[in-house]
Design a protein around this ligand. Structure first.
Ligand code: SIN
Length: 279
């Protein structure tokens, strides 16, 4: 297969064209894909048409599958594959838009997923973009004094932070007992493959900073988030049907947008890949 990798911005995202993930991918192509993933942090692999088992096979090119936390969203026949949809509702009748508000996935895990993968099955005519911000750039553009202040700090990650503006869908009682809570990770982490440092925060899941009073911790986290989410750190993905997008949770925050006509359907398959404990 003759395929190309083209950057989508100066810092984040690359488009992959000409590859068919239903076909066998040789070792050289696999290595090139994995290098491109680490270099660009988001790969947009166009024009795929994958069934859930085909998607499982395809994402294994990048690593081992991570079991996602809320089993409510798993596909009955392929429970490792979840879905993202705008057609679910909270018990009180409010619509649930998964992924609104900047976050990194499942950071309450001891070894959070290195990557998340979405495959677009049905999309609204307009809107529903996913925004990504590059946390390497965010770290590298901090003032020296802030970098010195946050190097060595650790945060406590839980399933649902008391401070989060966004509410998650509840877990089943059994799953609640299995899903980790109160896991401590550094606020500055080093990417295990590139060696670059990034800010590792998560407004949905960080409940506290270790050894810091709450008001000071919340102010610091707000400042870091405001710095990180500047437009100059962003790649905004406009979905096309058939896109398979894989992103690096170790060095990005992302958020979904519920800004489209809710009579239309936005439906994507979702998988995650296992990662290391952040250091
Ligand atoms: C997510 O946060 O995993 C979902 C992102 C999206 O639906 O755009």
């Amino acid at each position: 297969m003759d395929w190309s990798v083209t950057p989508l911005s100066s810092h984040t995202g690359a488009e992959v064209r000409g590859i068919d993930l239903t076909r066998s991918i040789d070792a050289d192509a696999r290595a090139r894909l994995n290098r491109a993933f680490v270099e660009h942090s988001v790969l947009v692999i166009r024009d795929q048409e994958l069934s859930p088992p085909q998607m499982l096979d395809a994402v294994r090119l990048f690593g081992d599958v991570f079991e996602q936390h809320n089993t409510k969203f798993s596909l009955p026949d392929f429970p490792l594959v979840h879905y993202i949809s705008n057609k679910d509702f909270f018990p009180d009748g409010r619509r649930y838009i998964p992924g609104e508000g900047y976050h990194t996935d499942h950071s309450n895990a001891v070894q959070p997923p290195k990557a998340t993968v979405l495959h677009a099955i049905e999309l609204p005519d307009v809107g529903g973009d996913t925004q990504f911000v590059n946390m390497h750039r965010a770290y590298e553009t901090l003032p020296d004094a802030t970098r010195a202040r946050i190097d060595g700090l650790k945060a406590v990650h839980v399933y649902q932070s008391r401070h989060s503006a966004r509410k998650l869908m509840d877990l089943t009682p059994t799953r609640r007992e299995q899903v980790p809570d109160g896991v401590v990770h550094p606020i500055v982490r080093t990417h295990p493959e590139s060696g670059r440092k990034s800010i590792y925060i998560n407004p949905i899941r960080i409940d506290a900073i270790v050894d810091m009073e709450e008001p000071e911790a919340l102010t610091l986290l707000d400042e870091l988030l405001a710095h990180a989410t500047q437009l100059s750190h962003e790649y905004r993905h406009k979905w096309q049907r058939g896109d398979l997008v894989i992103w690096d949770n170790r060095c990005l925050l992302h958020k979904a947008n519920g800004d489209y006509d809710m009579d239309q359907t936005r439906y994507l398959y979702r998988l995650m890949l296992r990662g290391d404990a952040p250091v």
